[in-house]
Design a protein around this ligand. Structure first.
Ligand SMILES: [Zn+2]
Length: 167
């Protein structure tokens, strides 16, 4: 089914709404910052029953936050008045941390998590400490507070911090 020629304002409203939904594991990042929303199709506008389909991609297989995120999207759109909300999940192409927005990476750093950086491969060192900016850091544990992060420690300010691993 092809999306109706919906007026762009309504579609934009939906994106604005999605921008208010945050990753339960990293509350500072919206699902748009993460880049997991692949498509939003307005099949019937709000004044005509309202049918919408949102396609999301899993950040990695088995990420427990995905079910929560799908539920949050569904609830937000139902609350907005859509009668039918479909959440489609896609696994190909696979999500990569490259899809994370620049603003998202900046927010991560402010939050105290080192953003993913292709130049480094865990467990190599050189990842920049989000607290003091030092690159003298070392790996404490390959798995941090969640499986998609590693736990590092800064040799200069001694602060431990999470690093969002590249995928
Ligand atoms: Zn530091």
């Amino acid at each position: 089914m092809k999306a109706v020629a919906a007026d762009n304002t309504e579609l934009q409203d939906c994106y604005d709404l999605l921008a208010t939904i945050h990753d339960p594991e990293i509350p500072v990042l919206s699902i748009l910052d993460l880049g997991i929303v692949r498509d939003v199709e307005l099949l019937r506008p709000l004044q005509d029953e309202g049918h919408i389909r949102v396609t999301i991609t899993a950040t990695y297989t088995g990420c427990p936050a995905m079910d929560t995120i799908a539920l949050l999207i569904k609830m937000a759109l139902l609350t907005k008045g859509y009668k039918k909300v479909e959440i489609a999940t896609t696994i190909a192409p696979a999500w990569t941390t490259d899809w994370m927005s620049a603003a998202g990476k900046e927010k991560l750093k402010t939050y105290g998590i080192a953003p993913p950086d292709k130049r480094f491969e865990i467990p190599a060192d050189g990842i920049v400490c989000p607290q003091c900016g030092s690159s003298h850091t070392r790996l404490l544990s390959e798995f941090g507070s969640t499986a998609c992060k590693s736990l590092l420690q800064c040799n200069d300010c001694a602060e431990p911090f999470d690093y969002f691993k590249c995928h």
